[in-house]
Design a binder for this molecule. Structure first.
Ligand code: S6P
Ligand code: ZN
Length: 192
């Protein structure tokens, strides 16, 4: 048999959004991202319960440019204070690596920003394919009342840079006000 990396398939489970085999699973609860929500009083009230915010099911592949990483994210519905459940968000460690998101279930937003402070929001519903262009940090937000599930594919060597986002946050926050979804300026955002 050839020494080449062998082709293979992974099964997407339509009812749960998980992969089979599950691969490398990342589980993020509120306690893993406490500082990222604006309303720190609401965080303190919920942190003992420690709600599950999202899970990522990653097909395991070498982290080299030759490969295409792919995974599903299941982002659960809920809010901390009036801020919707969201992913941490990141730049790619190699900044100019792009990514494709394909929404499979539920509804949400893909919010993005550049290091220069540009901001962009895309609405995602089942069937939406979103292109995260090179150099844009990306975070997803569940604005619905069921799990928001999407598939992602990106270059194998992209890596994840959470550092900047953890300290500066995103330009805008996605919140519910009087039963309506709104984007508000993030008072903690500081352009680096
Ligand atoms: C990876 C891709 C997604 C996210 C996942 C969780 O480049 O963008 O798979 O990793 O949605 O988000 P985060 O910001 O916690 O990695
Ligand atoms: Zn990414």
């Amino acid at each position: 048999m050839s020494a080449k990396f062998q082709p293979f398939t992974t099964e997407y489970e339509f009812d749960t959004g998980k992969l089979n085999p599950e691969g490398r699973v990342i589980v993020r609860k509120l306690s893993h991202m406490k500082e990222m929500y604006l309303d720190q009083k609401a965080v303190e009230e919920r942190v003992e319960e420690d709600p599950l915010i999202y899970e990522v099911y990653n097909v395991e592949l070498p982290e080299t440019m030759a490969h295409i990483q792919h995974c599903t994210t299941i982002l659960y519905p809920g809010k901390i204070g009036n801020e919707y459940f969201m992913t941490k968000g990141h730049y790619h460690e190699i900044l100019d690596r792009a990514e494709i998101y394909f929404c499979l279930k539920g509804k949400g937003q893909l919010i993005m920003q550049t290091k220069e402070g540009d901001f962009k929001k895309l609405e995602m519903v089942p069937g939406t394919i979103a292109y995260v262009a090179p150099e844009w940090a990306h975070r997803t937000v569940n604005t619905g009342d069921e799990p928001f599930i999407f598939f992602a594919a990106y270059p194998g060597d992209a890596g994840h840079d959470y550092g900047g986002i953890e300290t500066e946050g995103f330009v805008k926050l996605s919140v519910e006000e009087n039963g309506e979804q709104k984007l508000i300026d993030n008072p903690r955002y500081q352009k680096v």
